[in-house]
Write a protein that binds this ligand. Structure first.
Ligand SMILES: O=C(O)c1ccccc1NCC(=O)[C@H](O)[C@H](O)COP(=O)(O)O
Length: 209
């Protein structure tokens, strides 16, 4: 099972990631997020990140031009689309990059997942839906895992939303995801917390190839 730790926004966060070794870290390129970083900041962070940790860029309804610019600038390994990007948008993006593309489904009902399975992306990431304006992710709220189709999902999928050291084991056992994605659950007072990051790696069994 893979572990992605999202919302890196300080030099210390990168040092912590190098210490605990998740499979991937995420940078948020959504200006309305409290975890927002610029392409230039992410590039500087990324120069200090261990090479065997994937760099993932999180975009919300961003222009394709800007996504490509930042993806090449950092450089990113994966483009995570966390907004309302549709089939046409993804096809256009794919014409301009060979990078892996993940699509986030903010799950309101089972059909949202079934529709997302048809998208031409490498992986899905299931996250919590909230009505709150501009709250596309990093909500710290747990999603309803009963909405996952009984027959399973045809693409590798990450789960996200309100994961923390007290619920992660139970949720993994229930859902059997390809990976987990966590942000608020490894923060204290809004900043990444090394102790919590270590705990998550211990609970998930560390890095798995
Ligand atoms: O984290 C944010 O501020 C954010 C804002 C807008 C879009 C996506 C965002 N985060 C993306 C992630 O991949 C988070 O890790 C994921 O939503 C889970 O967050 P959390 O519930 O805080 O663990």
């Amino acid at each position: 099972m893979k572990v992605k730790m999202c919302g890196m926004r300080r030099k210390e966060d990168i040092a912590y990631a190098n210490e605990v070794k998740p499979d991937a870290v995420g940078y948020i390129f959504f200006p309305k997020s409290k975890r927002y970083v610029t392409g230039q900041q992410a590039k500087e962070f990324d120069q200090d990140l261990d090479q065997d940790i994937l760099s993932i860029g999180v975009f919300v309804n961003e222009t394709i031009e800007k996504v490509i610019e930042i993806a090449n600038q950092v450089p990113l390994d994966v483009i995570q689309l966390h907004g309302d990007e549709d089939h046409t948008y993804i096809e256009q993006l794919k014409q301009q990059t060979d990078k892996e593309i993940w699509k986030v489904v903010r799950v309101k009902d089972t059909n949202d997942i079934k529709e997302a399975e048809k998208l031409p992306v490498d992986k899905l990431l299931l996250d919590t839906f909230t009505e709150e304006k501009d709250m596309y992710g990093g909500t710290g709220k747990v999603m309803n895992y009963n909405l996952i189709p009984k027959e399973g999902i045809s693409k590798p999928f990450f789960i996200a939303g309100g994961l923390h050291s007290n619920n992660i084991k139970e949720i993994i056992k229930k859902v059997h995801p390809y990976g987990i994605d966590i942000s608020s659950g490894i923060e204290t007072d809004g900043y990444k917390d090394l102790k919590k990051m270590k705990e998550i790696m211990q609970i998930t069994g560390g890095r798995h190839e």
